[in-house]
Design a protein around this ligand. Sequence first.
Ligand code: FBP
Length: 560
Amino acid sequence: MEKLSPLQIERLKYQPKLPSSLANGINNLEMAEGSATQSVRDQEQIQKLFKNTYGKPVVTFESGTSSHNSPVRNVGVILSGGQAPGGHNVIAGLYDALKQANPENKLYGFLGGPSGIIDGKYVEFDDKFIDAYRNTGGFDIIGSGRTKLETEEQFQKSWEVCKKLNISAVVIIGGDDSNTNAALLAEWFVKNNAGIQVIGCPKTIDGDLKNDQIEISFGFDTATKTYAELIGNIQRDANSAKKYWHFIKIMGRSASHVALEAALQTQPNITLISEEVEQKKMSLESIINYMCDIIVKRANIGKNFGIAVIPEGLIEFIPEMKSMISNLNDIMASLENDPDFVNATTIRDKFDIVENRLDPANAKVYNSLPALIKGQLLADRDPHGNVQVSKIETEKLLIEMISTRLDELKSQGDYIGKFNPQSHFFGYEGRCAFPSNFDADYCYSLGFNAFALINFGLTGYLSSVRNLTESADKWVAGGVPLTMMMNMEKRHGEMKPVIQKALVQLDGPVFKQLEQNREDWAINDRYLFPGAIQYFGPSCVCDVTTCTLQLEKSKELASV
Ligand code: FBP
């Protein structure tokens, strides 16, 4: 028998909590419908592209009094994109609801992400299979992938596979890009009278799949708590040794929600927020000056150590970098089928092909960067055309530029300190952690609720569970039309319908909390040490959710 750690054994026994409406039984639900909806922007274009699924109402589930009979259904599920703690519980919740509705129902898991449904690679779940993964981190139950489901051929192949397995609904667990795929597939199935529903579930540690209807994506809670634990531990080390400046890049591809949340939980000396950099049009030079100013001030009072938190996506928000990267992305998209570019073996060869196509101003910015970063910027894009920012070592770029600037200041007599930097990148450490109690409950509820949406015949919806700062029994389950969250954006050089990413709101309560305190935190060490996620013990330790969710909800309540 497979050996399990004591925590694995105990977590397998944990029974996740459900909103009281869902706990009342999958066949005892009533659905309330709101009014017709619109996309967040570009309504005309989105409506044209989603003729069959546009404008549907937001729905909410309530406990019903009568019990309904549920017909036999086969459902397929896909894990899509980057891992996020709790994915296994979404599948467990979906499985439990489906079996509760009708024990004849079947759940198939497509292997390796969206490519599984195209290539017909799948497994059928049973109790034993699911029970081994309850409340565990990771996506290893069926694996994940980043294949973009968008072509007629892919949709046709998916339909063939669903027909073979008699599948009448597909659940796609993913972030903004993956749920955009879900919306496209839902529309295509309706247009072609396939009789297959598509439901999405909001996943991503990045926390940027949220809006008026979706309070947070799953995984954000656990990932940010994991990073906060690590930052807290490093702060203790820095405060003990008093000799290193730690530059910590935190995952979260585009938006800075993860870095901001981790900073609120730990109160480091410096926190950069990409959205602020963009809004204030801060150049790389001004960011370096801002950081050097704090390093110098601390050195003047004998503190040659500190902690700087850097969001993963920073580089794309610095105006001159943004322009250069966007120019590079378009050029690289146009070279996708160019054999010289595809087969170029060195960065120098690749850059020679790209160089004369870059606008002169962008070429100047590119050439001003250290060789390491230049190479990383030419690495392959992800399937959605994005730069893979996790592979760009912004923390090292900042260290290099700060060192140069501090040397200059020293030679002018304006810096008396000793700069000993250490770089870290926290990303993969947090994506597969055992889900916190919050994520275990939230994910299980999202999966259970996804089946409720299927049972009511809906398609093109995102599973939604709201009121998340209350205890789980008070959570509100329902569904939000995917088209409601969409707008048109440039991808691979073309305008495409996509779910709008939520960036950090600079006038929102979460950023304000940092803004009001950062001067103090910069100089007077106010480090917090959150420690490891606790699964058993007092509720005030084990069940509290993120500062982000609490601050956002308190603002919402204040405005009622
Ligand atoms: P999703 O948006 O798919 O959830 O992925 C988010 C993320 O974890 C980012 O934070 C990170 O930049 C990226 O995935 C890393 O991707 P990969 O796993 O392909 O290295």
